[in-house]
Design a protein around this ligand. Structure first.
Ligand SMILES: Cc1ncc(COP(=O)(O)O)c(C=O)c1O
Length: 381
């Protein structure tokens, strides 16, 4: 079997969730629900196993990006509320059938336009149950949602529709991960103003939510009734500008094994394009992991890996299926030895945030990149 795998440690997922809950408890006296964000294959960790685990840990909601993810998830998780953050495609083919599938799967839709609200209202033919929705307000992200400026009228109109039930209202921060929270507070103020105006018009909502990871860590005023942490659940801070707020443990260790070792002479070019030349007699180890697995080619000649608690440099271009490392003159590593490429173990930190820095990316990208072909191995189930 291919030795390349992503080890996902559920005890670390539990630890991170508890850290988040503790932080919320000490930041506010209110009861705040948690929507575990599991979109994009649970940030590369595996949609179904992670979601099942989070539900068993008592997470209140699950958040996904689209209806395909939601339907897949619903097959395994019959009960937990699933909120779909993305917009709804207004299927022209069989809209009634489409809406009834979503309704049967008991999904909660994000409504980011009047068209979507009217579409759901019109095509929901289940007279016994209104279609549950959360209204998305754009306070500064400029992605999807009702512009906060004209939102009052739109929201009131949605509330008058008979076949949908507005269970929630939310917004999304554009820069809560920044050290400078000025824009996040401006967004929050606009959202609060809107909620105030809505209340004056008699409109209140069971679930108001706003905070992603940056908001959970730094902006207790944004907690409202529910928070939506993603990245911090998986053990990383959303940026290096936020530090040491809570203790987190990277849930995933991206690992493989040394599967081939060769001795080479000085001035030997390694891998495609001969981007690295050895300086002396040395051993080169080959590891069956490459950009086809989600180990970025941009890491070429930049990253390190850990074998038997010791760090080794990757050398030469990272290829689709292989990465080479320089083992040095004296051979201490054997074929079959375990290699840590991303994550942390035995006090060695090769976190996704560190790797991301090497290639001008963000930790989100590094963990989401772990390819489908990589076997996920779940620990402490
Ligand atoms: C609507 C929404 N809420 C919450 C999150 C979670 O964000 P983070 O991973 O920064 O916590 C995301 C992710 O981008 C999102 O799109």
């Amino acid at each position: 079997m291919n030795p390349t795998r992503a080890e996902i440690d559920f005890s670390k997922l539990a630890f991170n969730l508890e850290s988040i809950r503790k932080h919320i408890r000490i930041s506010t006296r209110k009861k705040v629900m948690v929507c575990g964000v599991v979109k994009a294959n649970a940030y590369g960790h595996g949609l179904e196993p992670v979601s099942q685990k989070l539900v068993s840990f008592g997470v209140d909601y699950l958040g996904v990006a689209n209806y395909d993810e939601a339907i897949k998830l619903r097959k395994l998780i019959p009960e937990a509320p699933i909120l779909v953050f993305g917009t709804l495609i207004h299927s022209k083919l069989q809209p009634e059938k489409y809406v009834s599938i979503l309704q049967k799967n008991n999904l909660i839709a994000t409504v980011a336009s009047l068209d979507t609200a009217k579409f759901l209202d019109y095509y929901n033919k289940d007279k016994d149950s209104r279609f549950k929705v959360h209204i998305k307000i754009d306070t500064g992200m400029r992605r999807i949602g009702f512009d906060v400026k004209g939102a009052l009228k739109n929201v009131m109109q949605i509330l008058s529709l008979k076949n949908i039930f507005v269970e929630g209202i939310f917004t999304h921060f554009a820069a809560s991960e920044s050290g400078n929270k000025k824009f996040a507070y401006q967004q929050l103020a606009l959202f609060q103003e809107l909620l105030h105006e809505l209340k004056k018009n008699g409109a209140e909502f069971p679930i108001v939510h706003c905070a992603n990871s940056g908001g959970v860590l730094d902006i207790p005023d944004a907690y409202f009734d529910m928070v939506r942490p993603g990245l911090i659940l998986y053990g990383y801070y959303p940026s290096s500008e936020i530090k040491n707020k809570i203790e987190l443990k990277p849930v995933m260790n991206f690992k493989s094994k040394v599967t081939f070792i060769k001795k080479v002479k000085p001035h030997t070019g390694i891998s495609y394009g001969r981007k690295y030349f050895t300086k002396e007699d040395t051993f080169i180890g080959s590891i069956p992991i490459g950009y086809g697995d989600g180990y970025w080619r941009l890491l070429t000649n930049k990253s390190k890996v850990c074998i038997n608690k010791k760090l080794y440099r990757t050398v030469g271009a990272i290829t689709m299926d292989w990465t080479m490392i320089e083992l040095g003159k004296v051979r201490k590593v054997k074929v079959g030895d375990d290699v840590l490429l991303m994550g942390s173990e035995n006090g060695i930190n090769l976190g996704a945030d560190k790797l991301a820095k090497l290639v001008g990316a963000i930790p989100y990208e590094m963990i989401c990149s772990v390819a489908d072909r990589v076997n996920r191995v779940y620990l402490n189930e």
